[in-house]
Design a protein. Structure first.
Length: 182
């Protein structure tokens, strides 16, 4: 009788493990989603305008267009070079190894990998990831950053947000070195 009980327990455990495995495979299949781009563009050079004025120029070796999805986006897997122009046509340059531009309603650009912003007057911000809110013309990150001004002074730390022209700059828990040039 003991051998028969052990046999029933072993069969029950095997049945449960097979049913769990098939359920796990089904859950994995349901959760796997393949994104197929609706378009692909090589050597792209886009100019964004507002009221007839060029506001930004985006250059990239490759853009993948996923605007066919519910929350559409454009992916730049080989990086971007962006030139931002303010109202007086002063330029800031943004470079990153990878980027995603989300479509409406957010209009957020997620820049990743060796992100560097250089302003017209020599200010430089470097970080590993940076978001750009196109609607509000605002940058922000929670990653470590380093901001250097034209005199060589710097501020660095985790997390920062700032305006496109660096006139408003908010940072917390940071360290700095200020150089006075007479």
């Amino acid at each position: 009788m003991k051998g028969y009980s052990i046999y029933i327990i072993v069969v029950a455990i095997m049945a449960l493990s097979f049913s769990c495995e098939s359920n796990l495979k089904e859950v994995q299949r349901i959760n796997s989603v393949t994104f197929n781009p609706v378009g692909q563009t090589e050597n792209i050079n886009l100019k964004y305008t507002d009221s007839g004025k060029v506001k930004a120029i985006l250059v990239s070796p490759l853009m993948m267009d996923y605007s066919n999805l519910q929350y559409g986006f454009s992916e730049f897997p080989k990086g971007v070079h962006v030139t931002l122009l303010d109202n007086s046509q002063k330029k800031s340059y943004v470079v990153s190894d990878y980027a995603i531009q989300y479509s409406n309603p957010d209009n957020i650009i997620d820049l990743q990998g060796n992100v560097k912003i250089t302003s017209d007057d020599g200010k430089v911000l470097e970080t590993s990831q940076l978001y750009y809110d196109q609607k509000n013309e605002w940058f922000y990150t929670e990653k470590h950053f380093k901001f250097t001004d034209e005199k060589g002074s710097y501020i660095e730390g985790p997390g920062v947000d700032f305006s496109k022209d660096f006139k408003i700059f908010n940072a917390q828990r940071n360290s700095a070195q200020i150089n006075n040039v007479d």
